[in-house]
Write a protein that binds this ligand. Structure first.
Ligand SMILES: [Fe+2]
Ligand SMILES: [Fe+2]
Length: 161
């Protein structure tokens, strides 16, 4: 059953989620591989633009839809970057991590298709996407970053550049 929230509750929740996503992505813990770090910054910018538009109340605005689509498209390319790095590093958690990406992308694409049909709101979409990002970046991506750091440290010790 969908959670019913007022617009102001959604706004408050989104402000908290945005602050948490911002501090996580700026903390560096998920950014030890520079390509991934750069991608996380760009993903955050898109999420901030989208949430900003939702927070100022442009819920029915076409611009919000464009930002939601832009965020979702960038998410797809962000996942591809991470997955390429996983393959290069022969990351043991690759399959499970990829599965998380696939499921989430399917879910956000499905929700985006439903929004114009009046099912859900952009606010709900942003809360769901932000919550997922927080959880994923703090767990799956943090583990990947740890693995990458260990591989890089191991190669440096062996004198491999
Ligand atoms: Fe990520
Ligand atoms: Fe990931």
């Amino acid at each position: 059953m969908p959670i019913e929230r007022s617009e102001s509750q959604t706004g408050e929740l989104l402000s908290c989620i945005l602050a948490d996503v911002r501090s996580l992505m700026e903390s560096g813990c998920v950014n030890s591989v520079s390509d991934v770090g750069d991608h996380h910054r760009r993903l955050l910018e898109r999420f901030e633009d989208f949430v900003g538009a939702v927070l100022v109340g442009h819920l029915e605005n076409e611009a919000v839809d464009i930002m939601a689509c832009d965020f979702t498209d960038f998410l797809g390319s962000h996942f591809s970057v991470e997955e390429t790095i996983m393959s290069l590093l022969e990351y043991p958690g690759e399959e499970v991590h990829k599965q998380q990406h696939r499921r989430f992308l399917d879910e956000v694409r499905h929700l985006l298709r439903m929004l114009p049909l009046g099912v859900g709101t952009y606010g709900d979409f942003a809360v769901m996407a932000g919550g997922w990002l927080l959880k994923h970046e703090g767990t799956f991506d943090a583990e990947l970053a740890e693995h990458a750091a260990a591989v890089i440290a191991g190669k440096t010790q062996l004198g491999v550049e």
